[in-house]
Design a protein. Structure first.
Length: 158
């Protein structure tokens, strides 16, 4: 009898990205991975908070993404922090490289997720926020939270 997959979809997010950066352009890219890496990501054992994209020999690579070693793997298990090649077409690579070369911008991953069985990474061209920008964002978020709370309380108590 065949087993059905009832596993919930895995999505690993870079929560610090929106706090530390202004996000400009977003793209979806594939990743060149080993089999044990895919299994670890399916179990949710990955982190992309400190990772970034760098170009080596004209090709984009994801650096400092941590994918834990697969618990049931053998001696052929993968290295947790190895650079991983991103799969993009030439037009997308050229667009990203031009944005970064203009200065003041970097490429960061926003999330890892599965689409039709393939692992994808959503990357973004971003520029770093200054300290006062981060404070302003927190103030705005807190004000929105207070407003939503007031509206919800008003609707409950009429």
């Amino acid at each position: 009898m065949a087993r059905t997959k009832t596993q919930e979809p895995v999505e690993i997010r870079n929560r610090r990205a929106f706090h530390d950066y202004h996000i400009h352009d977003r793209l979806e890219a594939g990743l060149v991975l080993q089999g044990t890496e895919v299994k670890s990501v399916r179990l949710g054992k990955a982190q992309i908070q400190e990772s970034f994209v760098r170009f080596d020999k004209g090709q984009p690579y994801l650096y400092h993404a941590h994918i834990e070693e697969y618990a049931f793997g053998n001696e052929n298990n993968h290295l947790p922090r190895r650079p991983r090649k991103l799969l993009l077409n030439k037009r997308e690579i050229r667009k990203i490289r031009e944005s970064v070369q203009m200065g003041g911008k970097t490429v960061i991953p926003l999330r890892l997720y599965f689409r039709k069985g393939n692992l994808k990474v959503e990357i973004a061209v971003a520029s770093g926020k200054k300290l006062h920008d981060k404070r302003e964002t927190l103030k705005k978020k807190e004000a929105d939270r207070e407003a939503n709370r007031a509206v919800r309380d008003f609707q409950r108590h009429g």
